[in-house]
Write a protein that binds this ligand. Structure first.
Ligand code: SF4
Length: 398
């Protein structure tokens, strides 16, 4: 397929015309065994019979995106949720086959799948590996049962770390774990214990999130009723600092605000997002970023399925990203990358914006305050500044 105009600029290109290379794909799998009390993701509980129809809808969305001129090869594929491990291995396999047929996969494509430790066993994990998944990301959140119960998560009989050993046994050599801090009943001591026990299994990648109270969640309701007791802000910052120290001494690189990894084990999909690359977003509630346009899909699973079954477009919001917005986003996203930093020369080249000149006073002030470091044309957010990163972004992303 050729471009609709002889030499179109991105801004003049209609959103549904013209071929465009795309190297990253996110697919949202909304199904979950239970709804956790803090969760604001688009999820769907207790409707296994919908799964088959949902997969078919995802497949038709992928094929229609490809038919509109998007072409790979895909370098990263991320199956997120929700709980993608609610899908059986052959269902994951069918999905990946459709994505491959639609866009093509690079030979070294990173294929990540999120999983809930309570929904997998050795056999299922081996099936995902055979289906082509080569990176698995477990939402563990805590290793303390009473903390898991306080989050409203299913804990089950199995300890979450069993899934990690089984994943290694199933042939996964790239395993990620998510943990949360600042959660009800958590103490600095129990947080350190969770980290220490986790490190015994040497995950390749760790994402650590402070709990945030999101709108329309059980936690928000309980907070309004003063029924939610949480560690105070100072304690949460202390937990963050403890994590930095413990993980550094265990040999992990803190490469992004909330992400640590062993050498060479960065999440390539997330790196692409933080580098402000475009990606296809498929599924209910999914965000996409294609042809300089950010999109959001329908947020109700049944409506999403029906829309696709009727041959319709699931996108309900579109935002054209103009040059200024793209520059501001790039600054904010790149500053998240603690190890890589913001390359001011590249920023100038890509966006015609000399941040050293435009933000000279702010840079000096932030540097004097020890929040950023400037070195060889790059600006680095300091690890100790992560808890106040919003203040830094506000001053530089102008
Ligand atoms: S398992 Fe994850 S996506 Fe599902 S409800 Fe819990 S936090 Fe939300």
């Amino acid at each position: 397929m050729t471009h609709a105009h002889s030499s179109p600029t991105v801004d003049s290109l209609p959103s549904d015309l013209g071929q465009r290379m795309i190297h990253h794909l996110y697919a949202h799998i909304p199904f979950c065994p239970v709804k956790c009390d803090y969760c604001a993701f688009v999820t769907h509980i207790g409707s296994d019979k919908l799964i088959g129809r949902y997969i078919a809808a995802l497949q038709s969305e992928a094929m229609s995106q490809a038919a509109r001129g998007l072409e790979g090869p895909l370098e990263t594929i991320y199956l997120g949720g929700g709980t993608p491990s609610m899908l059986a291995p052959d269902q994951i396999s069918h999905l990946l086959e459709t994505f491959r047929a639609s866009f093509g996969f690079a030979w070294s494509a990173e294929i990540t799948m999120e999983a809930h430790p309570a929904t997998v066993d050795s056999e299922r994990l081996a099936g995902y590996r055979r289906a082509g998944v080569n990176r698995i990301s477990f939402g563990v959140e805590s290793l303390v049962p009473r903390e898991l119960r306080a989050l409203g998560r299913i804990a089950g009989e199995r300890v979450p770390t069993a899934a990690l050993s089984e994943a290694r046994g199933a042939g996964f050599d790239n395993i990620a774990m998510d943990l949360m801090y600042g959660i009800p009943l958590q103490t600095s001591r129990s947080w350190a214990e969770t980290l220490d026990r986790m490190l015994e299994y040497r995950p390749d990648h760790l994402s650590l999130y402070p709990l945030s109270i999101e709108p329309k969640t059980v936690f928000q309701l309980r907070q309004k009723r003063h029924e939610l007791e949480l560690p105070d802000d100072d304690r949460v910052v202390e937990m963050y600092s403890m994590a930095c120290e413990i993980l550094a001494s265990a040999g992990y690189q803190h490469y992004e605000v909330g992400s640590w990894c062993l050498a060479g084990r960065q999440c390539r999909h997330n790196l692409a997002c933080w580098r402000n690359r475009e990606y296809v977003g498929l599924g209910v509630g999914a965000h996409g970023y294609v042809r300089a346009e950010r999109t959001v899909n329908l947020r109700q699973t049944v409506q999403y399925i029906r829309r696709l079954e009727a041959g319709g477009d699931p996108v309900v919001e579109r935002e054209r990203i103009d040059a200024d917005t793209r520059r501001i986003e790039s600054i904010m996203l790149r500053l998240r990358l603690l190890a890589e930093g913001l390359d001011t020369v590249q920023l100038k080249r890509d966006h015609h914006w000399d941040i050293a000149q435009q933000c000279a006073d702010a840079l000096r002030m932030l540097s004097d305050a020890g929040l950023i470091r400037m070195h060889r044309g790059r600006i680095y957010l300091m690890e100790s500044a992560v808890p106040v990163a919003n203040d830094v972004w506000e001053r530089l992303a102008v």
